[in-house]
Design a protein around this ligand. Structure first.
Ligand code: NAP
Ligand code: GLV
Length: 311
């Protein structure tokens, strides 16, 4: 069995780890003209990588989001499999809870005060006044919704198909969207980027937060293109929105002159909310390759992507 590896950073470390897990396999970093492989382990490969390997059976993405992979022409016989958690959901839960608590408890204001040697209290704010809405109740969204609930915030969740998550008021589809937005004050985006979800956070939808009252807050940890940047900036300026924590951007790295960097109501992190953990990911991907080589159906693998659905 031959496995081709393509990724922008440390491909050798992935080859080494996969080789340890799959000692009988012939595993190498891909180069143009290499013999076609049976499986590939990738992040953002070029179209040539796919074109030169039309017999690939498994294309294993080392991230959860497959929006970049789905831009490529991939033969229907090649199955795309994404990471299924592999240590990401706990990181995402930490990140979102941190951003939420920092905002609600005004820890950013305390930090600024402390830098000036100022001892002053903020008026306590009530959790019930900060219902959280998690868009996307998949592997990451469900974990985040439950974690937020552990801090006693009211939690709403929104998904494409109806879901039930303990402690979470669930909404689904276009029909449930307005009600979901109106019931939520802090909006967390954990959707995959698809034609249906591109630009989902825009002037019209953001104005529906918090029952239309001011004070909405945005936490975007999915993809930059879920958010219409100009609409966010305008709503922060005009007053309906209180702030945003943004981890993902349409252009990454975020250009040095981008207004988000220095905006007083925006916190920026460099797409770091849930990192791919190499060792956990290698073990997961190698396990899946072993399973299909032993006769398992791709359809039975957690994380199999449906290209029609877009995630
Ligand atoms: P997932 O398990 O596939 O879950 C996706 C969720 O979104 C599902 O609940 C799905 O609904 C829902 N959804 C999809 N399309 C929808 C639509 N049109 N309307 C309403 N709900 C919709 O994905 P995941 O593993 O949780 O990852 C989510 C995303 O997080 C990834 O795609 C990636 O972009 C992003 N991510 C970011 C980072 C980072 O570091 N910033 C790291 C990892 C992942 P159903 O339940 O009905 O299918
Ligand atoms: C990171 O953004 C991922 O999709 O895994």
């Amino acid at each position: 069995m031959r496995i081709a590896v393509w990724m922008p950073e440390r491909p050798d470390a992935w080859v080494e780890g996969l080789q340890r897990e799959l000692p009988g396999a012939d595993i190498a970093v891909w180069a143009a003209g290499a013999p076609p492989a049976d499986h590939a382990v990738v992040w953002a490969p070029p179209q040539q990588f796919i074109d030169e390997q039309p017999t690939l059976r498994g294309l294993f993405n080392i991230g959860a989001g497959v929006d970049a992979l789905l831009q490529l022409r991939v033969p229907p016989t090649t199955h795309i499999v994404r990471l299924d958690d592999a240590g990401m959901s706990v990181q995402m839960a930490e990140y979102v809870c941190h951003a939420l608590v920092r905002h609600v408890r005004e820890l950013d204001v305390y930090e600024a005060d402390a830098r000036e040697g100022k001892w002053s209290y903020r008026k306590p704010r009530l959790r019930r006044d900060f219902p959280v809405g998690v868009m996307g109740l998949g592997v990451l969204g469900e974990r985040v919704a439950k974690a937020v609930g552990q801090f006693d915030f009211p939690v709403n969740g929104w998904s494409r198909s109806p879901r039930q998550v303990g402690g979470v008021q669930c909404f689904s589809g276009a029909k449930g969207f307005d009600e979901f937005l109106a019931a939520s004050r802090v909006l967390v985006c954990l959707l995959p980027l698809t034609p249906d979800t591109r630009g989902v956070m825009n002037r019209e939808t953001l104005l529906k937060l918090n029952g239309g009252a001011p004070g909405g807050y945005v936490i975007n940890v999915a993809r930059g293109a879920h958010l219409v940047n100009e609409d966010l900036l305008a709503l922060l300026e005009e007053g309906p929105l209180a702030g945003a924590t943004l981890d993902v951007f349409e252009t990454e790295p975020l250009p040095p002159d981008h207004p988000f960097w220095r905006h007083p109501k925006i916190t920026v992190t460099p797409h770091a909310s849930a990192r791919t953990l190499r060792e956990e990911s290698i073990v997961q991907i190698a396990g899946k390759i072993r399973a299909v080589e032993a006769g398992a159906a791709f359809a039975d693998l957690p994380g199999l992507v449906d290209p029609q659905r877009g995630y």
